[in-house]
Design a protein around this ligand. Structure first.
Ligand SMILES: [Zn+2]
Length: 401
């Protein structure tokens, strides 16, 4: 067999053949190779070593002491044909031209868990594949990254925050684990809940308030550590009027989330900030153009957060940024799948996503295609910030430590 390094991007009929005969593991590997080739030819990125052992010659300068981590996940990943493949790259100009050249990029992040957004995002945040009902207002069972961070490093509640895309995420900041849990979690901001409270159903804001795209009628009870409008307005030094007026200028729920996240970075500057976006998942409604709009917006908003990191003195030069989808979407070929619209089949395409990492001590402009798992994020953040996620299943990503 040819070395993977000489592999050309396969044609569509090659891909179909491959899908028919390959195991899920081979399909994931093929996806990762294709992704790497797309990036290599478009952005001229260096190929990373398949595995770069800890302490290798590539070890970068030490991370500064007062380090911070920002994580952006998005619910409802996108397929390569709308993103990294040649025909999709026009949808992600900021990732391609601004972020990837500064990032270590991992082309094969496999999610072996449940493909529902809340449970999958909770799994990203615990480093354990959580198994609870995706549509239930329940906390994660394993400790979250926020609890490890706060307990091990003795950090106050104000130092770990989540900006979550829908009311269904309101318990994500704190697990039910008996060794962690109550009082040790992150504060969770639910921008749509705040806007609802601020506007009490005024019609002008409806475009920002749609809560989730899969089960529009699901309306979880709100309880837990989420923030109320008045507290938030004080904290972010925003008046209710300002908040409403600004919201009116925004075109989507994710714009609202990023607006709040940036205010939070300026006013509170938490060391650990987790932002989950969700606009791409409008794909469930079946409108391809809205799905592509969501991809383009997500691309721009990710770059805005990186710009904020680079320009805010509290973050510049000491912050790692991790960007990753929770999982992918179905392929067009599978029976039972619906292409871009859903993520139901659990095939390799819907499970094989990617991650990029940027920041001090992280190599720039390199691509790694070895298989890693969604659960590797938490131990990597732990190794970066100096805490021990002892109950997580994943492994730290040595290439970026
Ligand atoms: Zn979805």
């Amino acid at each position: 067999m040819d070395s993977p390094f000489s592999m050309k991007s396969p044609t569509r009929s090659d891909q179909e053949l491959m899908r028919k005969s390959a195991s899920p593991r081979e399909l994931s590997q093929n996806l990762a190779w294709n992704r790497r080739e797309f990036l290599r030819t478009a952005a001229g990125v260096t190929l990373g070593a398949s595995i770069s052992p800890a302490g290798s010659v590539f070890r970068a300068p030490a991370f500064p002491k007062d380090k911070k981590v920002v994580v952006i996940t998005f619910g409802g990943g996108a397929r390569d044909q709308e993103t990294f493949a040649p025909e999709g790259q026009e949808n992600i100009p900021h990732l391609m031209r601004e972020l990837i050249p500064q990032a270590s990029f991992f082309t094969q992040v496999v999610n072996k868990g449940i493909l529902g957004h809340y449970v999958a995002t909770a799994s990203l945040a615990t480093g354990v594949y959580e198994t609870f009902n995706n549509f239930a207002a329940t906390p994660p069972e394993s400790p979250t990254v926020f609890e490890y961070f706060r307990k091990d490093l003795k950090r106050p509640a104000s130092d770990a925050w989540v900006v979550a895309p829908s009311n269904g995420f309101n318990r994500i900041g704190e697990s039910s684990h008996r060794l962690y849990g109550p009082g040790l979690g992150a504060r969770v901001i639910l921008p749509k809940h705040l806007l609802t409270a601020a506007t009490s159903g005024e019609k002008d804001y409806e475009h920002l308030l749609r809560d989730n795209y899969e089960t529009p009628l699901y309306a979880p009870e709100l309880s837990g550590n989420n923030f109320e409008m008045k507290q938030l307005a004080e904290l972010l030094q925003l008046s209710m009027g300002e908040f409403k007026n600004h919201a009116l200028t925004l075109s989507s729920p994710d714009e609202l989330s990023i607006y709040i996240a940036r205010q939070l970075m300026r006013q509170v500057a938490p060391s650990l900030l987790w932002i989950t976006l969700h606009d791409i998942d409008i794909a469930h409604a079946g409108a391809y153009s809205l799905y592509v709009d969501g991809i383009r917006r997500t691309d721009r908003l990710c770059a805005e957060i990186w710009k904020t990191i680079e320009s805010e003195p509290e973050y510049a030069g000491k912050t790692s940024l991790f960007i990753l989808p929770d999982f992918g979407r179905d392929s067009d070929e599978d029976s039972g799948g619906n292409g871009f619209q859903h993520h139901r089949t659990g095939d390799a395409l819907s499970r094989t996503t990617w991650m990029m990492a940027l920041g001090p001590g992280i190599r720039q402009n390199v691509v790694y295609d070895r298989a890693m798992q969604s659960t590797d994020l938490v131990p990597t953040i732990g190794a970066k910030m100096g805490f021990s996620p002892i109950l997580c299943q994943g492994q730290p990503i040595q290439e970026i430590l």
